[in-house]
Design a protein around this ligand. Structure first.
Ligand SMILES: NC(=O)c1ccc[n+]([C@@H]2O[C@H](COP(=O)([O-])OP(=O)(O)OC[C@H]3O[C@@H](n4cnc5c(N)ncnc54)[C@H](OP(=O)(O)O)[C@@H]3O)[C@@H](O)[C@H]2O)c1
Ligand SMILES: [Zn+2]
Ligand SMILES: [Zn+2]
Length: 339
């Protein structure tokens, strides 16, 4: 057997290059995964540009990883060699910080994050914490399952934890990797679903994904349209523009909530009036835990929800990443590894 594996690493900010790495054994409590697919998430930008706080290069990006376990570290009992598993953005808690001690492990102050604190899935092999992996149902191919582990869980959890009731008006802003799954989850959870995009190009796709109504922010007043429909109970903001998020608050109904999952570089500037008069709120939501990932996968199987993907071989990771950055992905680019 070869004693090296191929990976795509960020060796210096902005540079993705193919390297051969020596194969290492998983440590105590870890598994080694032979990777079959890894999605390219917009958050990978923070690894590729070297700007994620505390990031040390070189680092292999990738936190939408699916593959088969090919080695077990000591003390791992739950998982078997050959089992197909996935790893998302939250891939292990320290168990000792205050949020962990309160059972809120997704907000762990010292989490394991593939592509940030450890090497991720743009590779033929990856080491993961056994407590940080999820089981993959056989109904899903590896390439289909991968985007559900970050883009999927983030939108699924944000919506299911928002205290919404069946039939309420829910809008999803930004129709990218996260947004195109958010639209499907909102529709299948039973909400009146509005997709908010820029331009008409994605209108048909958004409706095919389940949106009842499409709003084009480049020509339409999104707040006026949502108010005309009764005011949104929730708006899931997945885009990468703070200015675009701020403009959504006036589209919320009384006690409506703007749920921020996108992480724009620019500030979200708000006036207090719509917050105070009407009890509207704005808050953030961060990914989910490995068991939330299993829930996301199970719901997707149950409801026939699949990401729309374009696959690229691992060797073309840099091209695929550039395509994502240009906003050309429809809607998630997934790296696949030759087996
Ligand atoms: N909270 C979490 O746990 C979590 C998890 C994963 C990702 N994220 C973050 O979520 C964001 C989206 O990730 P992704 O992988 O879905 O990215 P993506 O596939 O590259 O899509 C980018 C999205 O941003 C929108 N956008 C770009 N420029 C915009 C502008 N000027 N105004 C309005 N919308 C704009 C695009 O909307 P159009 O459809 O209008 O083009 C598109 O929907 C990123 O910031 C990422 O870091 C957060
Ligand atoms: Zn992600
Ligand atoms: Zn912790």
């Amino acid at each position: 057997m070869k004693d090296t594996y191929k990976a795509v690493e960020v060796s210096a900010p902005g540079t993705l290059r193919i390297v051969e790495r020596p194969i290492t054994d998983p440590g105590a409590g870890q598994v080694r995964i032979r990777v079959e697919a890894c999605g390219i998430c917009h958050t990978d930008v923070a690894t590729v540009t070297g700007t994620y706080p505390g990031l040390v290069l070189p680092r292999i990006p990738g936190h939408e990883v699916v593959g088969r376990i090919d080695a077990l570290g000591s003390g791992v009992s739950r998982w078997k060699i050959g089992q197909r598993v996935g790893v998302g953005f939250f891939a292990g808690e320290d168990g000792v910080c205050e949020p962990c001690r309160r059972g809120d492990i997704v907000n762990c102050q010292n989490p394991v994050i593939p592509g940030v604190t450890t090497d991720g899935g743009y590779a033929e092999l990856m080491i993961a914490e056994a407590r940080g992996i999820a089981s993959i149902p056989e109904e899903l191919t590896s390439a289909e399952a991968a985007p559900l582990l970050c883009a999927g869980i983030t939108t699924f959890n944000a919506l299911r934890n928002a205290g919404l009731r069946d039939g309420e008006l829910v809008a999803v802003q930004g129709i990218g990797g996260l947004g195109h799954l958010g639209i499907q989850f909102a529709r299948h959870m039973g909400f009146r679903t509005v997709a908010i995009g820029r331009g008409r190009e994605k209108e048909k796709l958004a409706k095919d994904l389940g949106a009842h109504v499409y709003v084009d922010t480049s020509t339409e007043d999104v707040a006026a349209i949502l108010q005309h429909m009764g005011g949104a109970r929730a708006i899931l903001a997945t885009g990468t523009s703070g200015a675009a998020m701020a403009s959504l608050v006036s589209g919320l109904g009384v006690r409506g909530r703007l749920i921020v999952v996108g992480v724009p570089q620019d500030p979200i500037q708000l006036t207090a009036l719509p917050l105070v008069f009407g009890g509207r709120s704005i808050y953030g939501s961060l990914t989910g835990t490995p068991i939330d990932n299993e829930d996301t996968l199970a719901f997707s199987v149950l409801e026939g929800i699949r990401p729309m993907i374009e696959t690229f071989p691992l060797s073309q990771a840099a091209d695929a990443y550039a395509r994502m950055l240009r906003g050309e992905a429809r809607f998630r680019l997934v790296l696949t590894m030759a087996q």
